[in-house]
Ligand binder design. Structure first.
Ligand code: BGC
Length: 322
């Protein structure tokens, strides 16, 4: 019988857990909105979600071989500790040890975008390729870099923190302490901010109707939806600006690493190809270094979609316990 692993994706908006088999197939998933009260309650929620996912996959908790967690920040893989995250109040949390009070299984930690990169490399858009970069567009912007089959971790495991490359000197303040980070222009949260600012400038935009006159109703999808459904000029300008900034960072990454494949994942990547992927590919083609079309990075959507982080987290357990 195939071994089963639980993957946990700690997101800025939702917590997700899923059971994955040895082939990287997701068998079940459970999710709940992130509500941060105390570290203990947080870890208890993670354990509860894992049990829920196991039940939904029709297995008992004792059949879980290992649990892997994707963390939106810096981790100490050796001690199973979350060291720092800039978008959730988690610091110096020995999550592995706390988790084992509820479920006694081996627990492994890795950065969330690194998990997504592992998943896409083994079971998604990067299967069979030499090098791959995954860029995740969610609450924050993350990147995972696999070169020659190995995850690039750097001296402290934080290699690939592409969301904190500055793309606008003296730009929007970032929670990491810098200003003008890519994350402030290319994340789902950034998309909401750019949409809000555009609405404030343009009281006639159809975006106001879409949001029933309330700025709090703006979501990361509003601009793309209104641009598509109403052809609204303000919404279209928001989408153009968003894709422009997204491309800026993507071209920088391609020029640095020249991977075989760069894939875009996270919630924003669910937008229609005509609105997101295709304009991104056009800008990348114009601006990247290396003009031989036979030897340039393919820019694609994450094949595992928004589940890549979850699947990759589960794969950590498989890699470590095999
Ligand atoms: C964090 C990264 C993370 C990314 C996506 C960024 O703010 O610094 O570690 O991968 O968000 O969650």
């Amino acid at each position: 019988m195939s071994k089963k692993y639980v993957g946990i994706d700690i997101g800025g908006t939702n917590l997700k857990a899923g059971v994955v088999d040895e082939t990287g197939t997701l068998l079940s998933a459970a999710k709940t909105p992130l509500q941060f009260t105390t570290p203990e309650a947080f870890v208890e929620t993670l354990a509860g979600l894992s049990r829920q996912a196991a039940e939904a996959a029709g297995i008992g908790a004792e059949e879980i071989c290992a649990v892997g967690m994707g963390v939106p920040g810096e981790v100490d893989t050796e001690h199973g500790t979350i060291l720092y995250t800039c978008n959730i109040p988690l610091a110096d949390l020995p999550v592995g040890a706390l988790f084992r009070r509820y479920l006694d299984v081996p627990v492994y930690l890795e950065n969330d975008a690194n998990c997504a990169a592992l998943a896409e490399y083994w079971a998604g858009a990067g299967k069979g390729c030499h090098s791959l970069i995954v860029v995740t567009l969610g609450t924050g912007v993350g990147a995972g870099i696999v070169l020659g089959g190995k995850l690039l971790r750097g001296i402290n495991g934080t290699a690939g923190e592409a969301g904190h490359m500055v793309v606008e000197p003296d730009g929007v303040p970032c929670r990491c302490g810098r200003r003008g980070c890519w994350e402030q222009y290319a994340s789902a949260n950034a998309l909401k901010r750019i949409t809000r600012e555009a609405m404030e400038r343009c009281p006639d935009s159809a975006l106001w109707v879409h949001c029933a006159g309330k700025l709090e109703q703006i979501s990361g999808r509003s601009a793309f939806q209104v641009a598509r459904e109403c052809g609204d000029e303000t919404a279209q300008a928001v989408c153009r600006s968003y894709v422009r900034y997204l491309a800026l960072g993507v071209v920088n990454l391609i020029n640095l690493f020249q991977p075989d494949v760069l894939c875009i994942g996270g919630g924003v990547s669910n937008e229609a190809d005509e609105a997101l992927l295709h304009p991104l590919q056009r800008i990348v083609q114009q601006e990247r270094f290396g003009h031989d079309p036979r030897r340039t990075a393919k820019v694609v959507k994450a094949e595992l979609g928004n589940d890549a982080g979850l699947i990759g987290a589960a794969l950590l357990g498989r890699m470590e316990t095999k």
